[in-house]
Design a protein around this ligand. Structure first.
Ligand SMILES: NC(=O)c1ccc[n+]([C@@H]2O[C@H](COP(=O)([O-])OP(=O)(O)OC[C@H]3O[C@@H](n4cnc5c(N)ncnc54)[C@H](O)[C@@H]3O)[C@@H](O)[C@H]2O)c1
Length: 374
């Protein structure tokens, strides 16, 4: 503990230094609201729930490699002490700790979290994942209600509404801070378009907005808005094939892994990319835009404009989101799209509405027989 604390303030003409005792500093700090923006020393604590899994481990590795992360909390029902010990030897700033369920492990992992990423669950088992995500959301709502929550566990179209409903029960829902991670669709679109251009080195610069939701037909790539337009000679059949490949890219991986697993490494990359954008935004960087599946109430004006484009109001939708230090700063409209893309958007809506209802109903039904507590 230092003997004195120096508080520096600055206006346009002078710098003021106030020297106070640590006790007084603690007293003053206790009155500050506990938001990320008041956190001392620009520390960022990232937490991975499901950190020992196929996605969780490489995601934790990539977050450990992110120099902006200063603390990394890992939680899973198995193996997190080993994963944490392994990662803790990597020479980057983040202090790593792994927790299991006993002794309030979830609470300990979540304490002080700025950003929580959830890849916990069982691939292609939506019913089981609903319960897992509901329980983990309860932990976040009660321990780190101000954290940015990034949901990877499928089905994202339903698990994001589940997290929102849990947070509402605890009176802590801030729609600006909840994100469904759809980045893998965006990453796949960039890669496949670069392949078509015959130059994979382009893929890091190719930007294709992917909107709608995050499963099958709800995934709508807006290829007409690609930063690298498709060749003029690109036939309609080839375009249909490309759209289908982006929508069902996950199946390609499951098949190649002979059904023994789904996309984990590419998902971890995508999750870490999106998390890095959120961290840069919470540290004050402006103008970061990325697609994500969010509540349309996160930006009522942008949400209303989007609903007008869609012709109906959905509670959640993935569109280009401008990120700010408080989370969603702006929901961007779809903008100019082709007739074929409009057909895809309209085909996505009924499925999305059904998926959102499934998530909301799951939580409503659960709370009929249980108390909403951790
Ligand atoms: N959003 C996407 O684009 C995308 C892509 C691929 C997979 N996924 C989804 O991500 C999830 C994880 O996939 P995976 O391949 O890593 O699966 P996995 O089985 O390899 O890992 C899941 C991990 O979650 C853990 N877990 C289970 N219950 C838990 C609980 N209650 N609390 C904490 N951890 C718990 C397991 O122990 C395991 O380590 C699945 O739901 C999958 O469908 C999403």
């Amino acid at each position: 503990m230092p003997e004195t604390v120096i508080i520096a303030a600055r206006d346009s003409s002078k710098v003021i230094l106030i020297i106070i005792s640590p006790l007084d500093a603690a007293f003053i700090y206790s009155f500050l609201p506990s938001t990320t923006s008041t956190k001392l020393n620009n520390m960022v604590k990232a937490v991975v729930l499901g950190a020992a899994g196929g996605i969780g481990q490489p995601l934790a590795l990539l977050l450990k490699a992110n120099p902006l992360v200063t603390e990394l909390g890992l939680f899973d029902i198995v193996n997190t002490p080993g994963v944490a010990a392994d990662l803790s030897h990597i020479s980057t700033p983040a202090k790593v700790e792994g927790y299991l369920p006993p002794d309030d492990g979830l609470k300990k992992a979540l304490k002080g979290a700025d950003i929580v990423v959830i890849p916990a669950g069982v691939p292609r088992k939506p019913g089981i994942n609903a319960g897992i995500v509901k329980d983990l959301a309860t932990g976040i709502a009660t321990t780190a209600p101000k954290a940015f929550v990034l949901v990877i566990s499928n089905p994202v179209n339903s698990t994001v509404p589940i997290v929102a409903e849990v947070f509402k029960k605890f009176g802590t829902f801030d729609p600006k801070r909840l994100f469904g991670v759809t980045t893998l669709d965006v990453v796949r679109a960039s890669t496949f378009v670069a392949e078509i251009h015959g130059d994979l080195s382009l893929s890091k610069d190719v930007v294709v907005p992917v909107v709608g939701g995050h499963s099958g037909v709800t995934i709508v790539p807006l290829l007409s808005q690609s930063s690298h337009p498709l060749p003029a000679s690109f036939a309609k059949e080839a375009l249909d094939t490309l759209v289908n490949r982006i929508q069902f890219g996950g199946d390609e991986v499951v098949k190649a892994k002979s059904g023994a697993g789904s996309a984990t490494l590419s998902m971890a990359y995508a999750g870490a990319e999106f998390a890095a954008k959120i961290i840069r935004a919470l540290k004050g960087e402006k103008g970061i835009v990325a697609p994500s599946y969010v509540s349309v109430t996160a930006d009522p004006t942008g949400g209303a404009a989007l609903s007008k484009e869609l012709g109906q109001e959905l509670a959640f939708f993935s569109s280009n989101i401008e990120l700010g230090s408080e989370g969603v700063a702006k929901i961007n409209p779809l903008g100019k799209i082709t007739e074929a893309e409009e057909v895809l958007v309209q085909a996505a809506l009924p499925e999305l509405i059904k998926n959102i209802e499934t998530g909301v109903n799951y939580v409503t039904e659960s709370y009929k027989t249980e108390e909403p507590r951790l």
